[in-house]
Design a protein around this ligand. Structure first.
Ligand code: HH2
Length: 300
């Protein structure tokens, strides 16, 4: 599988690590927030030095309950950083839901548009259709202000897969080549823990369901963002700044289930974890259970 990504063509032969760069005052993981352009640019250079294969630059938090920002404010945050990073040797992805920002970002040299609303806005499709950028099509139920209120699905894998398939069909109908598309189940975006886990367990099936929207059907690459999210918090009982170990395990689990790209805050640690895991190769290990590691032997 290959991904056409603006100035780059990515061979998806090993799992790629996308480093998160947030230009926000309110992202859910405090250490990822950069409000000064200089600090953000310095952080981007660090992420690349740590081994990021791509950068994802976001100027609006989409955490549950987040308030939207105006187009002008989003662009005020984004423009100087994007401009300063154009010379980096990795693709620059812009995380935005707004067609006007997509257009301007592509004009400034963005290689990928990551839309957490899955290009649901027809204006967004028009903004990206005839550009060479990669497009990350993510599933979100509702919008960030309300998405975690009461998420419910009858069959989350079938429903998210079918929804993604619909978006893929709309993009393909507008002339977008399949080599530009990446799917994302949208971990934490209008999903409970059980929904997130079901989606992660079924990544290949999800890609198949969505890929059937193309003629001929194709399995599209999948990107997953789990880093420091509440799924890790719910499983470990830890706050975002103490979720590194859980996030590394989650990244490996996602890659083991076929994710082509993982979107993370901790690039160096994720690269190390994936390097060790890849060297060992997939294996059938013991299934994780909640049983205690030691059982007491009772003497008669
Ligand atoms: N998660 C976040 C933001 N953008 N994009 C994709 N494709 N997939 C994701 O899982 C995803 C995403 C949330 O993470 P972060 O950007 O760190 O938080 P915030 O939205 O609070 O800035």
């Amino acid at each position: 599988m290959r991904l056409q990504c603006g100035r780059f063509e990515l061979a998806l032969e090993r799992p790629l690590v996308m480093g998160v760069l947030n230009l926000t005052p309110d992202s859910f993981y405090e250490a990822s927030r950069h409000q000064q352009a200089d600090a953000a640019v310095a952080r981007a250079h660090e992420l690349v030095a740590e081994g990021a294969d791509l950068l994802d630059i976001g100027a609006e938090s989409t955490r549950p309950g987040a308030q939207p920002v105006t187009d002008d404010e989003e662009w005020r945050r984004l423009a100087p950083v994007l401009e300063a990073l154009r010379g980096l040797p990795v693709p620059l992805s812009v995380d935005t839901r707004r067609a006007s920002i997509m257009r301007r970002a592509l004009d400034l040299g963005a290689d990928m548009i990551n839309d957490v609303s899955g290009f649901a806005d027809p204006q967004a499709i028009a903004a990206v259709a005839d550009r060479p950028a990669a497009l990350c099509v993510m599933h979100m139920a509702g919008d960030p202000r309300t998405m975690q209120n009461d998420p419910s699905y009858f069959d989350v894998v079938a429903e998210v897969g079918a929804w993604l398939g619909g978006r893929v069909a709309a993009l393909a109908g507008a002339g977008v080549a399949r080599e530009r598309l990446v799917l994302d189940p949208g971990i934490g975006f209008g999903k409970r823990l059980a929904h997130n886990l079901a989606l992660l367990r079924a990544l290949p099936e999800l890609a198949d369901v969505a890929g059937r929207a193309l003629a001929p059907a194709a399995r599209l690459p999948v990107l997953v963002g789990l880093s420091r999210k509440s799924l890790v918090g719910e499983l470990t009982g830890r706050p975002p700044d103490a979720r590194l170990a859980g996030s590394l395990a989650a990244a490996i689990a996602a890659v083991a289930r076929g994710a082509a790209i993982v979107r993370v805050h901790d690039v160096a640690a994720t690269r190390d974890a994936l390097a060790v895991w890849s060297a060992l190769g997939p294996a059938s290990g013991l299934a994780a259970t909640s049983a205690p590691a030691h059982s007491e032997t009772t003497s008669a």
